[in-house]
Design a protein around this ligand. Structure first.
Ligand code: UD1
Ligand code: CA
Length: 473
Protein backbone atom coordinates (compact mmCIF):
# COMPACT_ATOMS: atom_id res chain seq x y z
CA UNK A 1 0.00 0.00 0.00
CA UNK A 2 1.12 3.55 -0.74
CA UNK A 3 0.22 6.68 1.22
CA UNK A 4 2.61 6.93 4.17
CA UNK A 5 2.61 10.70 3.71
CA UNK A 6 -1.03 11.38 4.41
CA UNK A 7 -2.69 14.72 4.68
CA UNK A 8 -4.47 14.89 8.05
CA UNK A 9 -6.28 18.05 7.01
CA UNK A 10 -8.07 16.38 4.10
CA UNK A 11 -11.75 15.94 4.79
CA UNK A 12 -12.79 13.46 2.15
CA UNK A 13 -11.10 10.36 0.80
CA UNK A 14 -12.52 8.49 -2.15
CA UNK A 15 -12.26 4.72 -2.28
CA UNK A 16 -13.16 3.04 -5.56
CA UNK A 17 -13.82 -0.68 -5.22
CA UNK A 18 -12.28 -2.21 -8.33
CA UNK A 19 -10.74 -5.51 -7.24
CA UNK A 20 -13.46 -7.92 -8.31
CA UNK A 21 -13.06 -10.45 -11.09
CA UNK A 22 -16.46 -9.87 -12.63
CA UNK A 23 -17.31 -13.56 -12.80
CA UNK A 24 -20.67 -12.88 -14.42
CA UNK A 25 -18.98 -11.26 -17.45
CA UNK A 26 -17.26 -14.58 -18.25
CA UNK A 27 -14.32 -12.61 -19.58
CA UNK A 28 -10.53 -12.75 -19.24
CA UNK A 29 -10.46 -8.97 -19.00
CA UNK A 30 -10.93 -7.50 -15.50
CA UNK A 31 -14.45 -6.13 -15.11
CA UNK A 32 -13.52 -2.49 -14.52
CA UNK A 33 -11.50 -2.43 -17.75
CA UNK A 34 -14.48 -3.39 -19.88
CA UNK A 35 -15.43 -0.41 -22.01
CA UNK A 36 -18.52 1.65 -22.62
CA UNK A 37 -18.48 4.70 -24.88
CA UNK A 38 -14.91 3.77 -25.84
CA UNK A 39 -13.43 4.06 -22.34
CA UNK A 40 -12.99 1.62 -19.43
CA UNK A 41 -15.68 1.66 -16.72
CA UNK A 42 -13.08 2.64 -14.14
CA UNK A 43 -12.07 5.76 -16.12
CA UNK A 44 -15.59 7.16 -15.72
CA UNK A 45 -15.64 6.52 -12.00
CA UNK A 46 -12.22 8.15 -11.53
CA UNK A 47 -13.35 11.19 -13.54
CA UNK A 48 -16.49 11.53 -11.40
CA UNK A 49 -14.41 11.21 -8.20
CA UNK A 50 -12.18 14.01 -9.47
CA UNK A 51 -15.01 16.48 -8.89
CA UNK A 52 -14.95 15.99 -5.12
CA UNK A 53 -11.37 14.99 -4.32
CA UNK A 54 -7.92 15.38 -5.90
CA UNK A 55 -6.14 12.26 -7.23
CA UNK A 56 -3.89 11.99 -4.17
CA UNK A 57 -6.99 11.47 -2.02
CA UNK A 58 -8.50 8.92 -4.36
CA UNK A 59 -7.73 5.23 -3.82
CA UNK A 60 -8.68 2.37 -6.09
CA UNK A 61 -8.82 -1.03 -4.40
CA UNK A 62 -7.37 -3.45 -6.93
CA UNK A 63 -6.90 -7.21 -6.84
CA UNK A 64 -7.90 -9.32 -9.81
CA UNK A 65 -5.25 -8.58 -12.51
CA UNK A 66 -4.18 -5.63 -10.36
CA UNK A 67 -1.18 -4.68 -12.51
CA UNK A 68 -3.27 -4.47 -15.64
CA UNK A 69 -5.86 -2.30 -13.89
CA UNK A 70 -3.19 -0.05 -12.35
CA UNK A 71 -1.37 0.56 -15.61
CA UNK A 72 -4.62 1.29 -17.46
CA UNK A 73 -5.40 4.25 -15.17
CA UNK A 74 -1.95 5.16 -13.82
CA UNK A 75 -1.95 8.45 -15.75
CA UNK A 76 -4.80 9.78 -13.59
CA UNK A 77 -2.42 10.01 -10.60
CA UNK A 78 -4.75 8.20 -8.20
CA UNK A 79 -3.40 5.83 -5.57
CA UNK A 80 -3.89 2.09 -5.30
CA UNK A 81 -4.60 -0.33 -2.49
CA UNK A 82 -4.08 -4.05 -2.98
CA UNK A 83 -6.76 -6.56 -2.10
CA UNK A 84 -4.93 -9.74 -3.10
CA UNK A 85 -7.86 -11.99 -2.22
CA UNK A 86 -11.30 -10.66 -3.06
CA UNK A 87 -13.39 -11.60 -0.07
CA UNK A 88 -16.16 -9.06 -0.59
CA UNK A 89 -16.87 -5.34 -0.65
CA UNK A 90 -16.49 -5.08 3.15
CA UNK A 91 -13.11 -6.76 2.90
CA UNK A 92 -12.13 -4.24 0.19
CA UNK A 93 -12.72 -1.43 2.68
CA UNK A 94 -10.89 -3.37 5.42
CA UNK A 95 -7.87 -3.38 3.08
CA UNK A 96 -8.18 0.43 2.80
CA UNK A 97 -8.22 0.94 6.56
CA UNK A 98 -4.83 2.63 6.92
CA UNK A 99 -5.28 4.79 3.87
CA UNK A 100 -8.60 6.26 4.98
CA UNK A 101 -7.81 6.67 8.68
CA UNK A 102 -6.57 10.30 8.39
CA UNK A 103 -9.69 11.53 6.60
CA UNK A 104 -12.88 12.63 8.34
CA UNK A 105 -15.14 11.12 5.69
CA UNK A 106 -14.90 8.51 2.96
CA UNK A 107 -16.82 8.40 -0.29
CA UNK A 108 -17.05 4.81 -1.53
CA UNK A 109 -17.66 4.30 -5.25
CA UNK A 110 -18.02 1.07 -7.19
CA UNK A 111 -15.74 0.60 -10.16
CA UNK A 112 -18.59 -1.03 -12.08
CA UNK A 113 -21.14 1.78 -11.66
CA UNK A 114 -19.86 4.18 -14.34
CA UNK A 115 -22.66 6.59 -15.16
CA UNK A 116 -22.66 8.32 -11.80
CA UNK A 117 -22.70 12.08 -12.37
CA UNK A 118 -20.54 14.52 -10.38
CA UNK A 119 -23.68 16.52 -9.46
CA UNK A 120 -25.15 13.42 -7.80
CA UNK A 121 -21.95 12.72 -5.88
CA UNK A 122 -21.99 16.36 -4.82
CA UNK A 123 -25.59 16.09 -3.50
CA UNK A 124 -24.81 12.82 -1.73
CA UNK A 125 -21.82 14.43 -0.03
CA UNK A 126 -23.85 17.50 0.90
CA UNK A 127 -26.77 15.42 2.26
CA UNK A 128 -24.33 13.38 4.34
CA UNK A 129 -23.02 16.54 6.00
CA UNK A 130 -26.46 18.10 6.50
CA UNK A 131 -27.77 14.88 8.05
CA UNK A 132 -24.68 14.46 10.19
CA UNK A 133 -24.87 10.78 9.30
CA UNK A 134 -22.40 7.96 9.92
CA UNK A 135 -23.40 6.37 6.61
CA UNK A 136 -25.27 7.89 3.69
CA UNK A 137 -26.41 5.52 0.96
CA UNK A 138 -27.16 6.54 -2.61
CA UNK A 139 -30.22 4.65 -3.86
CA UNK A 140 -32.63 4.37 -6.77
CA UNK A 141 -35.93 2.75 -7.63
CA UNK A 142 -35.36 0.99 -10.97
CA UNK A 143 -38.05 -0.79 -12.97
CA UNK A 144 -36.56 -4.13 -11.99
CA UNK A 145 -34.71 -4.22 -8.67
CA UNK A 146 -33.73 -7.90 -9.04
CA UNK A 147 -30.10 -8.59 -8.22
CA UNK A 148 -29.48 -5.43 -6.24
CA UNK A 149 -29.21 -5.06 -2.48
CA UNK A 150 -32.45 -3.53 -1.08
CA UNK A 151 -32.63 -0.61 1.25
CA UNK A 152 -35.01 -0.95 4.18
CA UNK A 153 -36.05 2.45 5.45
CA UNK A 154 -37.02 3.00 9.06
CA UNK A 155 -40.41 4.25 7.89
CA UNK A 156 -41.92 5.65 4.72
CA UNK A 157 -41.01 9.32 4.27
CA UNK A 158 -37.96 9.15 6.46
CA UNK A 159 -34.40 9.28 5.28
CA UNK A 160 -33.33 6.90 8.01
CA UNK A 161 -32.33 3.39 7.04
CA UNK A 162 -32.56 0.17 9.06
CA UNK A 163 -30.47 -2.10 6.88
CA UNK A 164 -29.41 -3.17 3.41
CA UNK A 165 -30.43 -6.69 2.48
CA UNK A 166 -28.64 -8.44 -0.34
CA UNK A 167 -30.68 -10.20 -3.04
CA UNK A 168 -29.59 -13.62 -1.80
CA UNK A 169 -30.77 -12.85 1.73
CA UNK A 170 -34.21 -11.48 0.87
CA UNK A 171 -37.10 -13.28 2.52
CA UNK A 172 -40.10 -14.02 0.25
CA UNK A 173 -42.02 -10.98 1.51
CA UNK A 174 -38.97 -8.73 0.99
CA UNK A 175 -38.66 -9.60 -2.72
CA UNK A 176 -40.80 -6.61 -3.67
CA UNK A 177 -38.72 -4.02 -1.83
CA UNK A 178 -38.31 -1.42 -4.57
CA UNK A 179 -35.41 0.75 -3.42
CA UNK A 180 -31.96 -0.50 -4.34
CA UNK A 181 -28.48 0.17 -3.03
CA UNK A 182 -26.23 1.76 -5.65
CA UNK A 183 -22.99 0.57 -4.02
CA UNK A 184 -22.12 4.25 -3.55
CA UNK A 185 -21.92 5.64 -0.02
CA UNK A 186 -20.36 8.28 2.19
CA UNK A 187 -19.14 7.23 5.64
CA UNK A 188 -17.87 9.20 8.59
CA UNK A 189 -14.51 7.51 9.00
CA UNK A 190 -14.48 7.10 12.79
CA UNK A 191 -17.65 4.97 13.17
CA UNK A 192 -16.79 3.06 9.97
CA UNK A 193 -13.37 2.08 11.31
CA UNK A 194 -14.75 1.36 14.77
CA UNK A 195 -17.11 -1.26 13.30
CA UNK A 196 -15.08 -2.54 10.37
CA UNK A 197 -13.90 -5.69 12.14
CA UNK A 198 -17.47 -6.63 12.97
CA UNK A 199 -18.12 -7.48 9.32
CA UNK A 200 -17.97 -11.21 8.61
CA UNK A 201 -18.84 -13.69 5.90
CA UNK A 202 -21.45 -15.70 7.78
CA UNK A 203 -24.25 -14.58 5.47
CA UNK A 204 -26.12 -15.65 2.34
CA UNK A 205 -23.38 -14.20 0.12
CA UNK A 206 -20.56 -15.99 1.96
CA UNK A 207 -18.50 -12.80 1.64
CA UNK A 208 -17.50 -9.93 3.90
CA UNK A 209 -20.02 -7.43 2.59
CA UNK A 210 -19.98 -3.69 3.11
CA UNK A 211 -23.78 -3.54 2.95
CA UNK A 212 -23.90 -5.13 6.43
CA UNK A 213 -22.35 -1.91 7.74
CA UNK A 214 -25.77 -0.19 7.53
CA UNK A 215 -27.36 -2.56 10.08
CA UNK A 216 -24.22 -2.58 12.24
CA UNK A 217 -24.03 1.19 12.52
CA UNK A 218 -27.75 1.44 13.14
CA UNK A 219 -27.43 -1.11 15.98
CA UNK A 220 -24.79 1.01 17.67
CA UNK A 221 -27.10 4.04 17.54
CA UNK A 222 -25.40 5.75 14.61
CA UNK A 223 -27.38 7.61 11.99
CA UNK A 224 -27.72 5.82 8.62
CA UNK A 225 -29.59 7.67 5.88
CA UNK A 226 -30.41 7.26 2.18
CA UNK A 227 -30.89 9.66 -0.69
CA UNK A 228 -32.18 8.79 -4.16
CA UNK A 229 -30.14 9.60 -7.25
CA UNK A 230 -31.64 12.10 -9.68
CA UNK A 231 -31.67 9.50 -12.47
CA UNK A 232 -31.84 5.74 -12.08
CA UNK A 233 -29.38 5.13 -14.89
CA UNK A 234 -26.64 6.73 -12.81
CA UNK A 235 -26.62 3.89 -10.34
CA UNK A 236 -26.91 0.94 -12.70
CA UNK A 237 -24.08 -1.54 -12.40
CA UNK A 238 -22.42 -3.59 -15.13
CA UNK A 239 -22.34 -7.19 -13.98
CA UNK A 240 -23.03 -8.95 -17.27
CA UNK A 241 -22.26 -8.28 -20.94
CA UNK A 242 -25.95 -7.42 -21.40
CA UNK A 243 -25.64 -4.81 -18.61
CA UNK A 244 -22.52 -3.37 -20.28
CA UNK A 245 -24.14 -3.14 -23.68
CA UNK A 246 -27.20 -1.44 -22.17
CA UNK A 247 -25.01 1.13 -20.36
CA UNK A 248 -23.03 1.71 -23.55
CA UNK A 249 -26.25 2.40 -25.47
CA UNK A 250 -27.46 4.80 -22.78
CA UNK A 251 -24.16 6.65 -22.73
CA UNK A 252 -23.97 6.93 -26.53
CA UNK A 253 -27.55 8.16 -26.70
CA UNK A 254 -26.68 10.89 -24.24
CA UNK A 255 -23.52 11.78 -26.20
CA UNK A 256 -25.62 12.11 -29.38
CA UNK A 257 -28.16 14.26 -27.50
CA UNK A 258 -25.36 16.48 -26.20
CA UNK A 259 -24.06 17.02 -29.74
CA UNK A 260 -27.53 17.63 -31.19
CA UNK A 261 -28.25 20.15 -28.43
CA UNK A 262 -25.07 21.92 -29.54
CA UNK A 263 -26.29 22.23 -33.14
CA UNK A 264 -25.04 19.05 -34.79
CA UNK A 265 -27.49 17.12 -36.98
CA UNK A 266 -27.25 13.37 -36.49
CA UNK A 267 -29.69 11.45 -38.65
CA UNK A 268 -30.79 8.18 -37.06
CA UNK A 269 -28.52 8.69 -34.04
CA UNK A 270 -29.33 5.19 -32.78
CA UNK A 271 -27.30 3.78 -35.69
CA UNK A 272 -24.22 5.89 -34.98
CA UNK A 273 -21.43 4.89 -32.62
CA UNK A 274 -20.08 8.04 -31.00
CA UNK A 275 -17.56 7.82 -28.16
CA UNK A 276 -18.01 9.87 -25.02
CA UNK A 277 -15.21 12.40 -25.66
CA UNK A 278 -16.01 13.23 -29.28
CA UNK A 279 -16.56 16.91 -30.07
CA UNK A 280 -18.40 18.25 -33.12
CA UNK A 281 -19.10 21.89 -34.00
CA UNK A 282 -22.55 23.19 -35.00
CA UNK A 283 -24.01 22.83 -38.52
CA UNK A 284 -22.20 19.61 -39.20
CA UNK A 285 -24.38 16.80 -40.50
CA UNK A 286 -23.72 13.18 -39.64
CA UNK A 287 -25.53 10.55 -41.67
CA UNK A 288 -26.66 7.14 -40.36
CA UNK A 289 -24.17 4.41 -39.46
CA UNK A 290 -21.20 6.67 -38.85
CA UNK A 291 -18.67 5.86 -36.11
CA UNK A 292 -16.81 8.70 -34.38
CA UNK A 293 -14.32 7.24 -31.96
CA UNK A 294 -11.71 8.19 -29.40
CA UNK A 295 -10.59 11.82 -29.27
CA UNK A 296 -12.13 12.82 -32.59
CA UNK A 297 -12.83 16.52 -33.17
CA UNK A 298 -14.94 17.70 -36.10
CA UNK A 299 -15.41 21.32 -37.12
CA UNK A 300 -18.55 23.05 -38.35
CA UNK A 301 -20.37 22.72 -41.70
CA UNK A 302 -18.98 19.27 -42.40
CA UNK A 303 -20.97 16.48 -44.01
CA UNK A 304 -20.02 13.00 -42.87
CA UNK A 305 -21.84 10.57 -45.09
CA UNK A 306 -22.82 7.04 -44.07
CA UNK A 307 -20.51 4.19 -43.03
CA UNK A 308 -17.37 6.14 -42.24
CA UNK A 309 -15.30 5.18 -39.19
CA UNK A 310 -13.22 8.05 -37.82
CA UNK A 311 -10.93 7.45 -34.85
CA UNK A 312 -8.73 9.99 -33.05
CA UNK A 313 -8.90 12.47 -35.93
CA UNK A 314 -9.22 16.22 -36.22
CA UNK A 315 -11.35 17.57 -39.05
CA UNK A 316 -11.56 21.27 -39.83
CA UNK A 317 -14.62 23.15 -41.08
CA UNK A 318 -16.52 22.39 -44.26
CA UNK A 319 -15.03 18.94 -44.77
CA UNK A 320 -17.00 16.66 -47.11
CA UNK A 321 -16.53 13.03 -46.29
CA UNK A 322 -18.24 10.70 -48.72
CA UNK A 323 -19.39 7.22 -47.80
CA UNK A 324 -17.31 4.44 -46.28
CA UNK A 325 -14.03 6.13 -45.33
CA UNK A 326 -11.75 4.76 -42.62
CA UNK A 327 -9.60 7.33 -40.80
CA UNK A 328 -7.21 6.85 -37.90
CA UNK A 329 -5.04 9.40 -36.07
CA UNK A 330 -5.15 11.87 -38.94
CA UNK A 331 -5.82 15.54 -39.62
CA UNK A 332 -8.07 16.92 -42.35
CA UNK A 333 -8.05 20.68 -42.96
CA UNK A 334 -10.92 22.99 -43.91
CA UNK A 335 -12.77 22.32 -47.13
CA UNK A 336 -11.07 19.02 -47.90
CA UNK A 337 -12.98 16.30 -49.72
CA UNK A 338 -12.41 12.69 -48.75
CA UNK A 339 -13.74 9.46 -50.23
CA UNK A 340 -15.79 7.54 -50.95
CA UNK A 341 -13.81 4.49 -49.80
CA UNK A 342 -10.67 6.36 -48.75
CA UNK A 343 -8.38 5.04 -46.05
CA UNK A 344 -6.34 7.55 -44.04
CA UNK A 345 -3.91 5.66 -41.85
CA UNK A 346 -2.09 7.27 -38.90
CA UNK A 347 -0.14 10.42 -39.61
CA UNK A 348 -2.12 11.55 -42.63
CA UNK A 349 -2.33 15.33 -42.77
CA UNK A 350 -4.66 16.47 -45.53
CA UNK A 351 -4.39 20.18 -46.42
CA UNK A 352 -7.02 22.81 -47.07
CA UNK A 353 -9.33 22.03 -50.00
CA UNK A 354 -7.28 18.94 -50.87
CA UNK A 355 -8.98 15.87 -52.33
CA UNK A 356 -8.41 12.25 -51.42
CA UNK A 357 -10.68 10.17 -53.60
CA UNK A 358 -11.92 6.63 -53.93
CA UNK A 359 -9.67 3.71 -53.08
CA UNK A 360 -6.83 5.97 -52.03
CA UNK A 361 -4.69 4.91 -49.06
CA UNK A 362 -2.45 7.33 -47.21
CA UNK A 363 -0.01 6.84 -44.33
CA UNK A 364 2.35 9.40 -42.77
CA UNK A 365 1.49 11.78 -45.55
CA UNK A 366 1.33 15.53 -45.77
CA UNK A 367 -0.86 16.49 -48.70
CA UNK A 368 -0.59 20.24 -49.34
CA UNK A 369 -3.46 22.66 -49.82
CA UNK A 370 -5.47 22.10 -52.99
CA UNK A 371 -3.55 18.95 -53.97
CA UNK A 372 -5.47 15.99 -55.30
CA UNK A 373 -5.12 12.23 -55.24
CA UNK A 374 -8.46 11.21 -56.59
CA UNK A 375 -8.29 7.58 -57.62
CA UNK A 376 -6.70 4.27 -56.61
CA UNK A 377 -3.47 5.56 -55.12
CA UNK A 378 -1.07 4.67 -52.30
CA UNK A 379 0.86 7.51 -50.68
CA UNK A 380 3.10 6.47 -47.78
CA UNK A 381 5.89 8.39 -45.99
CA UNK A 382 5.34 11.19 -48.43
CA UNK A 383 5.21 14.96 -48.45
CA UNK A 384 3.23 16.58 -51.25
CA UNK A 385 3.28 20.34 -51.82
CA UNK A 386 0.40 22.57 -52.85
CA UNK A 387 -1.66 22.39 -56.02
CA UNK A 388 -0.17 19.07 -57.08
CA UNK A 389 -2.13 16.45 -59.00
CA UNK A 390 -1.48 12.79 -58.33
CA UNK A 391 -2.99 10.75 -61.17
CA UNK A 392 -5.00 7.57 -60.89
CA UNK A 393 -3.11 4.50 -59.75
CA UNK A 394 0.06 6.29 -58.58
CA UNK A 395 2.02 4.30 -56.02
CA UNK A 396 4.82 5.45 -53.74
CA UNK A 397 7.14 2.47 -53.32
CA UNK A 398 8.20 3.38 -49.79
CA UNK A 399 9.37 -0.02 -48.57
CA UNK A 400 12.38 -1.94 -49.88
CA UNK A 401 11.65 -5.02 -47.80
CA UNK A 402 13.86 -3.80 -44.94
CA UNK A 403 13.49 -0.04 -44.55
CA UNK A 404 10.90 2.64 -45.24
CA UNK A 405 11.96 5.59 -47.41
CA UNK A 406 10.50 9.02 -48.01
CA UNK A 407 9.06 10.60 -51.12
CA UNK A 408 9.03 14.36 -51.55
CA UNK A 409 6.79 15.89 -54.18
CA UNK A 410 6.83 19.66 -54.67
CA UNK A 411 4.22 22.28 -55.55
CA UNK A 412 2.32 22.31 -58.82
CA UNK A 413 3.54 18.87 -59.88
CA UNK A 414 1.63 16.61 -62.27
CA UNK A 415 2.20 12.91 -61.67
CA UNK A 416 0.73 10.93 -64.57
CA UNK A 417 -1.50 7.96 -63.95
CA UNK A 418 -0.10 4.56 -63.03
CA UNK A 419 3.33 5.90 -62.12
CA UNK A 420 5.47 4.23 -59.49
CA UNK A 421 7.73 6.51 -57.46
CA UNK A 422 10.56 4.48 -55.98
CA UNK A 423 11.62 6.06 -52.67
CA UNK A 424 13.78 7.71 -51.55
CA UNK A 425 12.91 10.15 -54.29
CA UNK A 426 12.30 13.84 -54.89
CA UNK A 427 9.94 15.28 -57.49
CA UNK A 428 10.67 19.00 -57.70
CA UNK A 429 8.21 21.88 -58.21
CA UNK A 430 6.23 22.31 -61.43
CA UNK A 431 7.54 19.10 -62.98
CA UNK A 432 5.61 16.53 -65.02
CA UNK A 433 5.80 12.77 -64.92
CA UNK A 434 4.43 10.91 -67.93
CA UNK A 435 1.77 8.27 -67.31
CA UNK A 436 2.98 4.76 -66.60
CA UNK A 437 6.45 5.86 -65.51
CA UNK A 438 8.66 4.08 -63.02
CA UNK A 439 10.59 6.95 -61.45
CA UNK A 440 13.84 6.17 -59.66
CA UNK A 441 15.80 9.43 -60.02
CA UNK A 442 15.17 13.01 -58.92
CA UNK A 443 12.77 14.81 -61.24
CA UNK A 444 14.18 18.36 -61.61
CA UNK A 445 11.96 21.43 -61.28
CA UNK A 446 9.98 22.28 -64.39
CA UNK A 447 11.09 19.13 -66.29
CA UNK A 448 9.20 16.25 -67.84
CA UNK A 449 10.25 12.75 -66.84
CA UNK A 450 9.05 9.67 -68.65
CA UNK A 451 10.28 6.33 -67.40
CA UNK A 452 8.58 3.60 -69.42
CA UNK A 453 9.27 1.15 -72.22
CA UNK A 454 8.85 2.75 -75.65
CA UNK A 455 5.77 1.76 -77.58
CA UNK A 456 6.41 -0.28 -80.72
CA UNK A 457 3.90 -0.48 -83.58
CA UNK A 458 3.55 -3.41 -85.99
CA UNK A 459 1.28 -2.48 -88.90
CA UNK A 460 -1.00 -5.25 -90.22
CA UNK A 461 -0.05 -7.62 -87.42
CA UNK A 462 -3.61 -8.53 -86.40
CA UNK A 463 -4.92 -9.37 -89.90
CA UNK A 464 -1.87 -11.51 -90.65
CA UNK A 465 -2.46 -13.51 -87.53
CA UNK A 466 -6.11 -14.16 -88.42
CA UNK A 467 -5.16 -15.44 -91.88
CA UNK A 468 -2.90 -18.02 -90.29
CA UNK A 469 0.25 -16.43 -91.64
CA UNK A 470 3.14 -16.09 -89.31
CA UNK A 471 3.08 -12.38 -88.43
CA UNK A 472 6.25 -10.52 -89.40
CA UNK A 473 8.46 -9.93 -86.40
C1 UD1 B 1 -23.13 -4.56 -4.83
C2 UD1 B 1 -23.86 -4.40 -3.51
C3 UD1 B 1 -25.36 -4.32 -3.76
C4 UD1 B 1 -25.65 -3.19 -4.72
C5 UD1 B 1 -24.83 -3.34 -6.01
C6 UD1 B 1 -24.97 -2.09 -6.84
C7 UD1 B 1 -22.48 -5.62 -1.91
C8 UD1 B 1 -22.35 -6.85 -1.12
N1 UD1 B 1 -23.57 -5.53 -2.67
O1 UD1 B 1 -23.54 -5.81 -5.39
O2 UD1 B 1 -26.04 -4.09 -2.55
O3 UD1 B 1 -27.03 -3.17 -5.01
O4 UD1 B 1 -23.44 -3.49 -5.70
O5 UD1 B 1 -24.33 -2.21 -8.08
O6 UD1 B 1 -21.65 -4.75 -1.82
N2 UD1 B 1 -15.21 -5.55 -5.27
C9 UD1 B 1 -13.96 -5.44 -4.70
N3 UD1 B 1 -13.51 -6.43 -3.87
C10 UD1 B 1 -14.28 -7.52 -3.56
C11 UD1 B 1 -15.57 -7.62 -4.15
C12 UD1 B 1 -16.01 -6.61 -4.99
O7 UD1 B 1 -13.23 -4.48 -4.95
O8 UD1 B 1 -13.81 -8.36 -2.80
C13 UD1 B 1 -15.67 -4.48 -6.19
C14 UD1 B 1 -16.07 -5.00 -7.55
O9 UD1 B 1 -14.95 -4.99 -8.42
C15 UD1 B 1 -17.14 -4.03 -7.98
C16 UD1 B 1 -17.74 -3.56 -6.67
O10 UD1 B 1 -16.83 -3.90 -5.66
O11 UD1 B 1 -16.58 -2.94 -8.67
C17 UD1 B 1 -19.09 -4.20 -6.39
O12 UD1 B 1 -18.95 -5.60 -6.34
P1 UD1 B 1 -19.96 -6.58 -7.07
O13 UD1 B 1 -19.51 -7.98 -6.85
O14 UD1 B 1 -20.20 -6.15 -8.45
O15 UD1 B 1 -21.28 -6.33 -6.18
P2 UD1 B 1 -22.79 -6.50 -6.62
O16 UD1 B 1 -23.14 -7.93 -6.58
O17 UD1 B 1 -23.06 -5.76 -7.86
CA1 CA C 1 -21.82 -4.81 -9.41
Amino acid sequence: MESNQMEPSSKLAVVIMAAGKGTRLKSRRPKVLHEIGGKPLLAYVIAAAGHVAPPQDTYAVVGHQADRVKSAVAATGIRFIDQPEQRGTGHAIQCAREAIAPYENVLVLSGDVPLIRPETIESLWQFHREQNAAMTILTAVPDDPTGYGRVVRHAIDTSEVEAIIEQKALTPDQQDLPEVNSGIYVFRTAPLLANLDQLHDQNANGEIILTDMAGLLRATGERVVAIQAAETVEVLGANTIADLVALDATLRASTASRLMAAGVTIFRPETCVIDAEVEVEPDTVIEPFVQLLGRTRIGSDCLIRSYSVIENCTLGNGVLMLQSCILNDSIVADGAKIGPFARLRPGSDIGKNAHVGNFVETKKVKLGAGSKANHLTYLGDTEVGEGTNIGAGVITCNYDGVNKHRTKIGNGVFVGSDSTLVAPITIEDDSYIGAGSCITKTVPAGSLSVGRARQIIKEGWAAARKEGQKPKQ
